[in-house]
Structures are given as C-alpha cells and as structure tokens.
Design a protein around this ligand. Structure first.
Ligand code: NAD
Length: 328
C-alpha cells in the first residue's frame, strides 16, 4: 500500500486531500496543530503538533514516504494577510515549517514532496488593471509581491527548487489561485472572499444588504476544491516540477461574485461598499502551462462550486443561529 504524509491535514485543502488519498488506497498520516474542524479526519494516523519544531518534523517523517504534501502555513484571507498585523508570524512560521520539512524529507529520502505556493507571489505591478492581470509563470520576476505572505511563498518555492537541484530531491510546486469549497474557514477573520460573501448573504434577509470591501470592481478567479485536488495529484505524479498555476481562468468582479452567490441563495441582495484590506486590483490564473504539461483544465463552471459552497455555509450559519456548534 503506498503511503503519504499530509502536512496541514487539519486545514481546508489538507483535510480534503487526506480524504482523496484514502479513496485512492493510500495509507495516510496527517499532521497539523489542530484536527479538522468540520468533519473527523480520515487519516490512518493523525499527529497533532507544531511543524516549526525541527524534532517534531523528524519524528513525523519517520520513513521514505511515497508522497509528502506540504500544505501547512500560517495563512488566511485578505483580512489576515493584508492588514500588516501578522507579517512577522506569516514570514517566520511558514518559512520555518518549509525549512524543517525539507531537511526532514531529505534525511529520510522521501520520494516526492509537493509544495503549495500561491498566486500572491506574482508582482503587484502586473495586477493593476482589473481587466488584464498578468499571471503567467514566467512573469514572476523581477519579484514584487504585494504582501509578506507572497514573499514567503516565493522564498519557499526557491527553497524547494534548490533542494531539488542540490540534493536530487523530487519536488513539485503549485501556485494555487483562490481555492474554495465546503469545509473551509467561513468566519473568524481568516476566511476568504467566497466564504465571507456566502456567510454574509446567508445571514442577510431576502432584500437585505451586505458589506463588500472596496468598490467591488476588483477581479479574481476561484477554483473549486475538487478541481484543485485533481490538478495537485496530477502534478505530483507527473515529471514536471513546476512552478505551475493551479487555478481557474473564469475571472469575475467581486460585485458579480456576490450576485452569483445571491442567485444561489435565491435572495435579492444590495451591496454597500466599505473600506477594507484589498490586495491587488486584478488577478486571474493563466492556465497555458498546466494545459500543455498536464493536459488539465477545470471541469466545471464557477457557479456550480459556488452553489455547493453556499449550501454548506448556509447550513453552518443556521446551526450557529440555533445555538448549536457545527458538527465535529
Ligand atoms: P488552512 O489555513 O485551512 O490550512 C493550513 C493548515 O496549516 C492549518 O490547519 C494550520 O493549523 C496548519 N498549520 C499552520 N501552522 C502550523 C504549524 N506550525 N504546525 C502544524 N500545522 C500548522 O489553509 P488552506 O486553504 O488549506 O491552504 C493550504 C495551503 O495552500 C497553504 O500553504 C496555503 O498558503 C496554500 N494556498 C491556499 C490558497 C487558498 O485559496 N486556500 C491559495 C493559495 C495558496
């Protein structure tokens, strides 16, 4: 039975990935500071601990795993990443995790290690026009990410590629663009735009109003979790190391995303624009490279994933209102 290690297995993408690897017949060890919040983990072995601790990393990498997925990071949406209040932790914590994990994997001769970078590493100067953002892989340099989160991702990408060059390790680097879906953070300050908008709309009455940060004209693209897992696994098992974009090319303005969610909810919703942390003006995935190398493209439109996500979040909101805690 092949074995896999998932770091960040208590988080959104990690917990879904564990489920997918179990379905494929893997023996899976999950590692995280916390257990998944919304459903029990399906990992065969789940180790709770801190990957900033080098000894802990060496303990959990106790064999030459066939596949290691390093998803653990200190992260959140715009409200967490762009305020500046968490910059030191974001840089220190995530870089330490990556330094430790690469060292531990090299010692155990792990066969392959996957790293989840982010579209936030792309230069801000290419993303000022909401209609024409440039996010091709080759546009990464000269580097100028708009957040420390993006700088850490860029540093760690380079770290993984350097370990591949100098120690012959097999690394795979994906640049995720806004992954969303059920069982993701939907409140508390670390949630991202789709989840935050779903929550606000679920809480609003029909004909009500929600707040949107900025003028809502900023553009983004969003990729549904199942599509992200498919692309990640394909990349892991391919001969292509990356870095490569894993995202959707269906670019949408935040105002239009809010209206798409309102349609899924069957509600009429007005938008009130308020100041807030924003990030770049426009961003879209450029999928030319991943199409060429892996033959991969998203299989469903944004609207479908949004409907599934809204249904899940409105259920959480209803549970909260009923005074009950979300199912553990
Ligand atoms: P998440 O926050 O839900 O998951 C990250 C997990 O890492 C959390 O469960 C957290 O507890 C864990 N973690 C943090 N510090 C740790 C530590 N010191 N030791 C052990 N575990 C620790 O985030 P996610 O959305 O599942 O993202 C997974 C990865 O993908 C991250 O590296 C993130 O930067 C990257 N990414 C995500 C997106 C997205 O849209 N979700 C976009 C780009 C990149």
């Amino acid at each position: 039975m092949p074995d896999a290690l998932v770091c960040g297995a208590g988080g959104f993408i990690g917990s879904h990935l564990v489920r997918r690897l179990k379905r494929e017949g893997f023996w899976v060890r999950g590692v995280d500071l916390k257990f998944p919040e919304f459903a029990p983990t399906e990992a065969d072995d789940f180790v709770q601990g801190d990957l900033r601790d080098q000894d802990f990393c060496r303990l959990v990498v106790d064999r030459g795993f066939a596949e290691v997925y390093q998803l653990a990071a200190d992260m959140g949406g715009a409200g967490f990443v762009f305020t500046g209040e968490h910059d030191a932790d974001i840089l220190h914590n995530s870089a330490t995790i990556n330094l430790n994990m690469l060292d531990a994997c090299r010692r155990r001769r792990v066969k392959r290690i996957f790293y989840s970078s982010s579209a936030c590493m792309y230069p801000a100067y290419n993303q000022e026009d909401p209609e024409n953002p440039l996010c091709s892989e080759a546009s990464a340099y000269p580097a100028a990410p708009d957040s420390e989160y993006g700088w850490e991702k860029l540093f760690s990408e380079r770290l993984y590629l350097a370990f591949a060059r100098n120690y012959g390790m097999e690394v795979r680097v994906a640049r995720y663009h806004n992954i969303f879906g059920p069982e993701g953070t939907w409140k508390g300050g670390r949630e991202k735009a789709p989840a935050a908008l779903c929550r606000k709309i679920a809480e609003a009455p029909d004909g009500g109003e929600i707040e949107v940060w900025g003028d809502g004209q900023q553009t983004r693209s969003f990729l549904y979790i199942d599509e992200c897992l498919e692309a990640s696994i394909r990349l892991m098992r391919s001969d292509f190391p990356g870095p490569v974009n894993v995202g959707s090319e269906e670019m949408i303005r935040i105002n239009d995303l809010a209206q798409m969610i309102a349609r899924a909810a069957g509600k009429k919703i007005a938008i009130r624009h308020i100041p807030g942390p924003l990030g770049v003006r426009g961003r879209n995935s450029d999928n030319r490279l991943i199409r060429e190398k892996l033959g991969w493209a998203p299989s469903q439109p944004l609207e479908k994933g949004i409907a599934l996500t809204y249904a899940w979040i409105s259920e959480q909101v209803a549970r909260d209102r009923g005074g009950k805690r979300p199912a553990a």
